[in-house]
Design a protein around this ligand. Structure first.
Ligand code: ZN
Length: 225
């Protein structure tokens, strides 16, 4: 590689600065993703069959996604980086203050299989100047459905089973951005037996890669005129 740079410098010095600093697309600096690893501290969440607590699985998924998305030039804000308890209002304040373009709330479960996507069941409304705190999501739910659709396509592309449901989640309804809750369930064989628990490293890697691909697709959809 050093030789190639030297050759370029010798052959066309003017081209070197361009080659040395690959410009980031302008849009990437404006797209902020928030990752909310659910549970933490005293709130352990559910227990995975492997013995792992849900709060640890969600944090591991958040760390994987932060690294994958950050490597692709996405600005990522996380609600927690350690085994920390967070009041519910704080979980909404973080994405709302960051003006997030997408917020993923991460959960894990032992029940069901594959990936469960949840979008708020709140009815859509026009974006108002002052949004009532508890129902802020009503102005964004259409975009949340679009984010869930893009994530669904990416997960199916990775041959992961997916379900999408509308549900009432208090934390979700306070978010003023496209928001989807993602629950990672075990991977199962056709007979229902578990082939990978939600804390399995290879399985988590596959799920995180598919979610990251979905987020990148959502970012490019957003930047289209
Ligand atoms: Zn949970």
């Amino acid at each position: 590689m050093r030789w190639i740079n030297w050759a370029l410098a010798w052959m066309a010095p003017a081209a070197l600065p361009l080659a040395a600093q690959a410009p980031q697309p302008v849009q990437s600096s404006r797209f902020v993703a928030v990752l909310d690893a659910a549970h933490g501290g005293q709130d352990s969440g559910g227990k995975i069959a492997s013995g792992q607590m849900e709060k640890a699985v969600t944090l591991a998924m958040s760390v994987r996604l932060r690294s994958l998305l950050g490597a692709r030039g996405m600005a990522v804000v996380t609600t927690r980086e350690s085994d920390q308890a967070l009041p519910p209002d704080r979980r909404a304040e973080i994405p709302n203050h960051a003006h997030a373009q997408a917020c993923l709330i991460l959960h894990a479960t032992e029940s069901g299989s594959g990936i469960h996507l949840f979008v708020s069941s709140i009815a859509p409304s026009q974006i108002a100047l002052f949004l009532p705190w508890k129902t802020a999501q009503s102005a964004w739910v259409t975009r949340s459905l679009s984010l869930a659709g893009t994530l669904n396509a990416a997960l199916l592309h990775a041959e992961l089973p997916v379900t999408i449901e509308r549900t009432f989640l208090p934390g979700l309804d306070s978010l003023a951005c496209p928001a989807v809750a993602i629950e990672v369930a075990p991977n199962r064989a056709k007979d229902g037996s578990v082939t990978a628990e939600p804390d399995d490293a290879a399985y988590q890697g596959k799920v995180a890669s598919a979610i990251a691909a979905g987020m990148l697709a959502f970012r490019s959809e957003k930047s289209e005129p």
